[in-house]
Design a protein around this ligand. Sequence first.
Ligand SMILES: [Zn+2]
Length: 447
Amino acid sequence: MTMQDDAYLKCMNHQCGLEYPIKSTNVQCEKGHMLDVKYKNKPSDKLKEVFYKRRNPQGSIFNESGVWRFRELLNFCQIETEDIEECSKYLVSLDGAEGRQSKPYRMSKAAKFIGTSNENLWLQPEGYNPSGSFKDNGMATAVTHAKMIGAKRIVCASTGNTSASAGMFAANEGIDCDVYIPAGQIAPGKLSQAYQFGVQIVEVDGNFDDALKQSLEDVKNHDGYTVNSINPFRIEGQKTIPFRALEYLNWEVPDWIVYPGGALGNTSSCGKALMELYEWGWIKKIPRIAVINSEGASTLSDLYNGKFEGEELRWNKGNPNTELISRYYDHLDKEGLRPKTKATAIQIGRPTNILKGLRALEFTNGIVTTVSDSEMLDGMSVVGLNGFDCEMASGATVVGVKKLLNEGVIKKDDVVVGILTGRQKDAMLPVEYHNNPENTFAKPPKN
Ligand SMILES: [Zn+2]
């Protein structure tokens, strides 16, 4: 069977729907809409058995990889997936390490803090990826596409996790990596991993949005390949986060999947994964997605919950009120409102994937809420007491579940999978937290 032309790119806007060949480097259609990777063939659910068997990798890094173990479900290279030589030629991997250690765990102290039973709560630490965050899942697939089209340089705008992941993959593949940052606004420590992997830092006058804009323009005018989450191939790799969660639950679908909300690439990819699995008949039930924003960076929550102009923004079957989003952004600019939270990983005012995020929320009957910085620090700290490390933004997942349980939105009997997105982003935050005896889980030093 030939796999040719099984995969292609399609504009997500229903009225537009432009299609492009899989080797296109457009990250948007020519009218500026976001693209999806699409597959014509429906993978058989007999693959569940194949994926399970690959957990004994038998010497193949592509079975070891938590991303490429599911390669039939993201086969945009259209290769013979059991042919190791083909896999080696096409698939980019950190020697099988991306996603390898990420799976749902029980964390009894977190369950107790949240107020749910240990059996009903699963937390999946994506910080145990090689570069320290979930980004490695999507970077494996984006850099695979970059390699497929012959790119010699990958480019991103980033202040932390994305640049670390991009830099690590670039160093492994022997290609160049440019990281765009707003000049003078980023502490050098935040970029230490990126420097370590030999990336070229490019300073741009303005804020983060300006840096991203400049990077996209430079890619258009020179040779380069964008690996920010605007890139649809990033979303493909991030689908394996819910794939792993579902597989470890023996494909028994939980009631909820909970993510911190930043650029909304995770929400989007979870939604796409669930839409595809449902369409393919792999799952019969659809879990609800809960997105947890920081109170200080609450664009999605404000719009989704009708806190701006009283209208609840929805995907609306493909007809979202994009004017409302524009007016919200104008309002932020006019009032000089900047996203502000110590959880820098989700300190985002203009989520790149807001429309794909809304689509995911509509498909899953999802909800959005907010938590405070001090709550997030408690969430981060209680995860630590279970012997797992996570960054402050990931703490949003834990306290978000707690809040939704208290509100009765999540029911006592509901099974919840929470995603912990990264670790070790801001090393001083736990030190500050534990030195303040007023914090819930603080253990101050003694002398
Ligand atoms: Zn379009």
